[in-house]
Design a protein around this ligand. Sequence first.
Ligand SMILES: O=C(CO)COP(=O)(O)O
Length: 255
Amino acid sequence: MTPGIRPMVAGNWKMNGTGGQLPELRAIAVGFAASGLDRKLDAVICVPATLISRAADVLVSSKVGLGGQDCSVKESGAHTGDISAVMLKEAGADYVIVGHSERRTDHHETDAVVSAKAEAAWKAGLTAIVCVGETAAERQAGQTLDVVARQLLGSLPDDMKSETTIVAYEPVWAIGTGQTPTAGDVEKAHAFMRRELIARFGGEGAKLRLLYGGSVKPLNAVELLGVTNVDGALVGGASLKATDFLAICEAYKSL
Ligand SMILES: O=C(CO)COP(=O)(O)O
């Protein structure tokens, strides 16, 4: 937690979810409203692009935000298979994840590409959730903070505003593995990011939401979300089940 920063729990459904998954989204919307937790935090679900318009219908007048998982650096044109930020916005999204490690790996996205995607997102009126995080090999080599510093520097454009940007620290080795860094390690990484962001962006860096992602589950949510400078979570697998996602949000009842 950071005093004065409203937390966020964001779900990333990744390449999971056809129409049969929409009842879970409805259950998240209903459960989140019933919990009264919207007074304390924002909840967002980032669905596959094919589900955005239908998800927007499900979430209409709900307190749960909607996001995509990637966008093109371009607005339109001859880019077969790509989806622009403008298209996501038109379909009903208000957020988009950029620079997830799975995109950096599977699609060889560089920091420069991620930065251009964040710019494209802002231009379309979306909030960009920019992901950074070290691999297992980089961690073993003691390079965690160097990698995070390099990715933050390269992936965040100079005109970054805290209102339309969120940073997610996702150690690659913690994603989908059930392994997490210790609370102490997360604290160190987030304190480092905060210092770097303040050094570069001043007050905007101080106000930026910093999410932790990587095997966040109902059982470890209180511990991880209670860490200083952790302003929420980016949740993969556990966001596919409404009960798990809501249980993670519930952590804020005791924080
Ligand atoms: O990559 C993630 C969210 O973007 C984390 O995934 P898991 O929560 O499944 O580890």
